[in-house]
Design a protein around this ligand. Sequence first.
Ligand code: CO
Ligand code: CO
Length: 332
Amino acid sequence: MGPGDLEKILSAIPEESAPELLSSLRTGEDAGVYQISKGLAIVQTVDFFPPIVDDPYTFGQITAANALSDVYAMGGRPITALNIVAFPCGIDLQVLEKILLGGHDKIHEAGAVIVGGHTIDDDELKYGLAVTGLVDPAKMTTITGARPGDVLVLTKPIGTGILATALKAGLLTEEEMGEAVASMRALNREAADTLNRYRVNACTDVTGFGLVGHLYEMANAGGISAELWAGDVPLFERTLEMASMGMVPEGKKRNFEYAKNVDLRTKKEDALILECLYDPQTSGGLLASVESSDADSALEELRVGPCPRAAVVGTVSEGPGGAIIIIHGRSG
Ligand code: CO
Ligand code: CO
């Protein structure tokens, strides 16, 4: 669902208030966090969706990497996962076997185990996972806590929604979107490990609400405002080209409407980049609000290590909370 509708529905549901519950549905945390004992909490998250690539094994890998991402965004370590499958009768069962194998391999790469699952018969194929992880509450990174002066670091390029739309329309092959496919199936584990060696005041992963939507949530939750540098946001190969051909997914419009408090000060030539900034992402990178004196070293370590295309994409300033200014680039 779009973030706006979701917010409306959740506001009608009584808020949970168990003392062990460390996360809140209201602030848009990436995962639920529940304290078990001193220094130990479980982190839980779930995600599922229809195929976004044709190859079933790759789809399984991407889905698992995406589901694990919320645990990494909070600084947790995944331990178990449950499969969720909606499968139309009549499709070759080998397809499902390959999807589940892709999910299994990715979960094992993360050092976790699959402990069960549930399948239903459905018109449209969907796959996902519910993942549980562990975290020390004192060390976890949340979406709240960004501070004025922080630097915004993004670990993966943007554009998976646009490219997947182009793939469905037959304008691209899976090989031609190879960079994005490799990125979607890459775990955010090393990125999180690297960032956690520095002073990170807030962190989230960039998924369905797009870069601006997730930044808006971070700005809202932290009571700060943010400046986003459109021209500095890394994009996957061919993303702009496909956006120029109108290959923009449905969800982009909902994301655009959701982040209301956005002041667009971009230049005319940034119109296509703006489409990308609202593009819903699958298995996107981490967006971290890093203490400014740590930002250069953190970025350098990310780039030579797990995230060669990591970039600084903006800064954090004093409220009003949730306000975002999008400018052309670092220098205005
Ligand atoms: Co998330
Ligand atoms: Co999620």
